[in-house]
Design a protein around this ligand. Structure first.
Ligand code: NDP
Ligand code: OXD
Length: 310
């Protein structure tokens, strides 16, 4: 029986992934759900949020590839087989994310929301621009995406600081690590960029206390997961003006329900979870390499540690 890979995602184009993978693995039978073929032939799953019980249908699975960078939804499942789990790890995905973060930071550093409001009132609101180095930007999470975004901000001349779990050394970024360092780190920022994975340790990490550690008037950009920030505490901080502005790409409930107060807040920019996406052309190579590794009994690359949560 020819071994197969099953693909499931409601957000990604199956044909693009099938074509990209077939170019690297012409001998692999690539199946797009619901046309899964013989379940016992499925050795590899490339999935983004499949329905509960989906993975349990394939007893011969040898590798689960998360069709994205964040594995929180995958690790929370109860049908996860005891096989290696990998994530998409792709410099082009990191570059797309860095572009979004740079846009959001520049928008605040260049006072664009103020001009957007002034324009609506036909007001010529001159504010003298500041040098980039006068804006302190803190990146929370210095992984594949966070480190790339931090480097992009350094390239633009911002005063870039970074916070992670373990010590890091990144050119041009002053790095600190560990929970104890977080309140002080936050207290010295103009803009906080949240790029942490959602894990038991980071869930609601940015609650009332941590948000109040930010200086009055700080801006917040969240491109990680909604639940890393306590949304109720953020709402209060945005209403009081303690947090002046927020750019939110991710939310505790997605799609963000129409009645959610964020929709009507002048000081909140909302984008629908697309700061970055998995890109078939560049990611297929990495997935194919891992399939080759599984076939030859070698350790896969970019393996997720389920105990750590990322
Ligand atoms: P990585 O797993 O590569 O890196 C995670 C970083 O967070 C690491 O630096 C890690 O520290 C740090 N971290 C983890 N836990 C803690 C903690 N408890 N305290 C302090 N630091 C911590 O993730 P990526 O950079 O690839 O991606 C980050 C997140 O971005 C994803 O998990 C996903 O949720 C989100 N994402 C959002 C997208 C969007 O479109 N909005 C698209 C893609 C991803 P250390 O280095 O010490 O391990
Ligand atoms: C991801 C995402 O984690 O799209 O890849 O959020």
């Amino acid at each position: 029986m020819k071994e197969s890979l099953v693909f499931y995602s409601e957000y990604d184009e199956p044909a693009a992934w099938t074509e990209a993978l077939a170019a690297h693995l012409p001998d692999l039978d690539i199946r797009v759900y619901p046309d899964v073929g013989a379940p016992e032939a499925v050795r590899y799953a490339l999935v983004w949020k499949p329905p509960q019980g989906f993975l349990a249908r394939f007893p011969g699975l040898r590798l689960v590839v998360n069709l994205g960078a964040g594995v929180d939804a995958l690790l929370a499942r109860d049908d996860l087989p005891d096989v290696p789990i990998t994530r998409i790890s792709d410099p082009n995905m990191a570059r797309m994310m860095a572009g979004y973060v740079l846009f959001a930071v520049l928008r605040y550093a260049r006072d664009i929301p103020l001009f957007e409001r002034a324009k609506r009132e036909r007001r010529w609101a001159y504010v003298h621009p500041r040098e980039a180095c006068e804006t302190r930007v803190g990146v929370l999470g210095l992984g594949e995406l966070g480190a790339t975004a931090a480097a992009e901000l350094v390239r633009h001349g911002f005063d870039v600081r970074g916070w992670s779990r373990s010590p890091k050394s990144l050119a041009g970024v002053s790095c600190v690590h560990g929970k104890d360092a977080l309140p002080r780190f936050l207290s010295e920022l103009d803009i906080a960029v949240v790029m942490l994975p959602l894990t038991p340790e980071t869930r609601r990490l940015l609650g009332r206390d941590m948000l109040s550690a930010l200086p009055a008037g700080a801006k917040l950009i969240n491109v990680s997961r909604g639940a890393v920030v306590d949304e109720q505490a953020l709402l209060e901080a945005l209403k009081s003006g303690h947090i002046a502005e927020a750019t939110l790409d991710v939310f505790e409930t997605e799609p963000l329900p129409p009645e959610h107060p964020f929709w009507t807040m002048e000081n909140v920019l909302i984008t629908p979870h697309l700061a970055s996406v998995a890109l078939p052309r560049s990611a297929a190579q990495q997935i194919a390499e891992n399939i080759r590794r599984v076939r030859s009994g070698r350790e896969v690359l970019n393996r997720v540690d389920p105990r750590r949560g990322y």
